[in-house]
Design a protein around this ligand. Sequence first.
Ligand SMILES: [Zn+2]
Length: 355
Amino acid sequence: MFVNYPVDAALDNNFVHESIYEAIALIFDNLNRGAVVPDWPLILPERHRAKLSSRRKLRDLLVELKNIAAQQTEARRSAVLAFINTQNSIDELLSGAIVPPAVTDDERPFIDCLQRVFIEGFSLLTKTKSRDTHYKAIYDSLTNKTCPFCGYEPFEAPGLKREDEDHYLLKDIYVTSAANLFNLVPMGGKCNKSYKLQQDIIVKNNAGRKALNPYGNVKAEICLSRTPVITLLDEKPDWIISISPDIEETRTWNEVFSVEKRLKETVLSSNYQQVLGEIGGYLASLDLNKNSTNAEILVGLRKYEALKRDYPPQGLGFLTDKVAKMINHYFEAENPLVLALIKDGLPVAQEEQVA
Ligand SMILES: [Zn+2]
């Protein structure tokens, strides 16, 4: 992805998941000690109690879970708590530091109830509006109000129709991370419904794979300078996209979201003639013309690249600075094709026009 989400957006709004997790831990701990399990809402952590004490469905589901847990051994309850911990170690799962836990005989008596508890938690994210504050914090953090997974899908402003909230780790498999905001990722509808779909981001063909953490600090950069210069004269150049850092995490992102293919077709090719035209217009506005020296033109090209880097267009134009950088790279090397391409777009000199 091109931009990471702020950790605080998840951390500051995660009270539903925290409350459910701590209530389960409290129930298990009391059962293990032979103590009486506190009644609702005292099983909720005090700091979040007022926000959830009216949620009766959650109350009933936790009673159901307590009754199941009471019939099981302490060892089994401990195994279930460890299972929940592992499924919610999102960063470690994504980085491959730990492997996804399989459901064993220990979890089997609990899993159906756990699934309903955490799905109810997920629905409470909307009802308690924590999903809205989570989204607003993310939206506000974005310089470009677009989906960071493709870079170009527009995000609606908070308060309008919600963007998809993707379960980054699938809720049908990673059932106990269904309400954890660290596993919930605002995502453009195309990325979510047409590309990611039901792909398991950390497992493919039964083998583990690493994936970028949306709330982490690794993001992708792209470079176009390996695009063959001969094809720059075509309407659609033969774009070569290099993604850095070239690590398993960015390769998974590219694969799951078909990044290269979409950027080539939808973003780069559709904008190429527009960028060339704009470069010509920009250089002309600097009073450069066909008689200007290569060195003078290169100064103008660099200014254009800096402008697009510092003030990137939103949406489909978001890679304009990368296209400019590639052109500048070839222009600086005095590639005759690119020299001609750029000079073609420049106006004739004033004296020539008069003559
Ligand atoms: Zn997208």
